[in-house]
Design a protein around this ligand. Structure first.
Ligand SMILES: Cc1cc2nc3c(=O)[nH]c(=O)nc-3n(C[C@H](O)[C@H](O)[C@H](O)COP(=O)(O)OP(=O)(O)OC[C@H]3O[C@@H](n4cnc5c(N)ncnc54)[C@H](O)[C@@H]3O)c2cc1C
Length: 291
């Protein structure tokens, strides 16, 4: 009975999650990326999957990213990649991850595609920056992510700005302990504002990745004072009404487009971000249970 219920819950969750994911296949991802371009946005493609410990799985993921980059070029799609370290070897060892990212970035460079290294939970922060800075010495078109929910991030930003790193600012999607992370939404937002101000004052070529209107408005105001190369980044299927407004106002906007069959962890993070999504899941589950 319990197993039946969890399968049913997964089915209900998939119905909700579909809005955030391009589909199962690379072709689905390319189709969504093409649509993002038609809508005036760049595309940032991510193959779903994380914490891979099998070498075979990791090499399949690396090979998929290499094919994806070639397909982007062949299809003349303006877009890049966002790769999670633990999907390309970090859960095996650092060397494996570094070598695999190197292969992906080298290929992406040939296609003029930008690569972002996603940031995962805080146990991976130090090693992710280490890998990023190592590769950034070789590849310029490479970015890394900082999270405003972590107390360490002000120091990280200072260190990264000294190296002229390309930075994406997010709130942070992972569950963290009170020792290293801010607990309240207010604290996370206030830290986001401070980090964003530093980026506009001292950085260049960065990404403001949020769906939060008050933070987007603040970025628009700061961009009037500081002429900086930056873009807004948002996830597929979230705040779709605001994306064309930003594009029309002349801002660069990119859409983060995940694809693949390993959709559950990503979807749970999206679900947790908004109470209304959890309520929707609950009511859909009750509804599907009745019929
Ligand atoms: C391009 C991009 C890349 C990212 N990369 C990373 C990364 O590498 N590492 C990492 O930890 N996190 C990453 N994130 C996720 C990020 O950390 C947040 O978890 C996520 O963006 C939600 O925070 P928010 O800034 O939109 O603010 P929130 O306060 O969560 O949301 C603001 C408003 O946006 C809307 N909204 C937000 N989420 C949803 C949702 N799921 N469904 C419906 N509406 C919603 C609602 O209107 C909400 O009121 C990324 C986010 C983006 C946009």
């Amino acid at each position: 009975m319990e197993k039946q219920e969890s399968t049913l819950m997964e089915k209900v969750l998939f119905k909700i999650a579909k809005q955030w994911i391009a589909g199962d296949t690379m072709e689905d991802a390319l189709k969504s990326a093409r649509q993002a371009n038609i809508n005036g946005m760049g595309a940032i493609l991510n193959k779903l999957g994380e914490h891979m410990t099998s070498k075979a799985q990791v090499s399949q993921t690396v090979s998929d990213y290499l094919t994806l980059v070639s397909n982007l070029r062949r299809s003349k799609i303006s877009g890049g990649l966002s790769v999670k370290p633990t999907q390309v070897g970090l859960s095996i060892n650092t060397k494996e991850c570094l070598e695999n990212l190197d292969k992906i970035i080298e290929k992406a460079l040939q296609s003029q595609s930008f690569v972002w290294i996603d940031m995962e939970s805080s146990e991976h922060t130090d090693v992710t920056f280490k890998i990023y800075l190592n590769l950034f010495e070789k590849y310029e078109r490479l970015g890394v992510v900082i999270q405003s929910n972590l107390k360490r991030t002000q120091d990280d930003l200072k260190m990264l700005l000294e190296k002229c790193a390309k930075i994406r600012l997010v709130k942070g999607a992972y569950h963290e302990t009170p020792k290293n992370a801010y607990r309240t939404r207010h604290e996370v937002d206030e830290n986001y504002k401070k980090l964003m101000l530093t980026l506009f004052e001292q950085g260049n070529e960065f990404a403001i990745a949020t769906h939060d209107s008050k933070l987007i408005d603040l970025a628009i105001n700061l961009s009037k004072k500081h002429e900086k190369k930056f873009e807004f980044q948002m996830l597929k299927g979230i705040r779709d009404e605001i994306k064309p407004i930003l594009v029309k106002s002349g801002f660069l906007v990119s859409e983060y487009i995940p694809y693949g069959t390993n959709w559950l962890p990503y979807s749970i993070r999206r679900l947790r971000e908004r109470k209304r999504n959890i309520l929707l899941l609950g009511s859909s589950f009750i509804h599907s249970h009745r019929v």
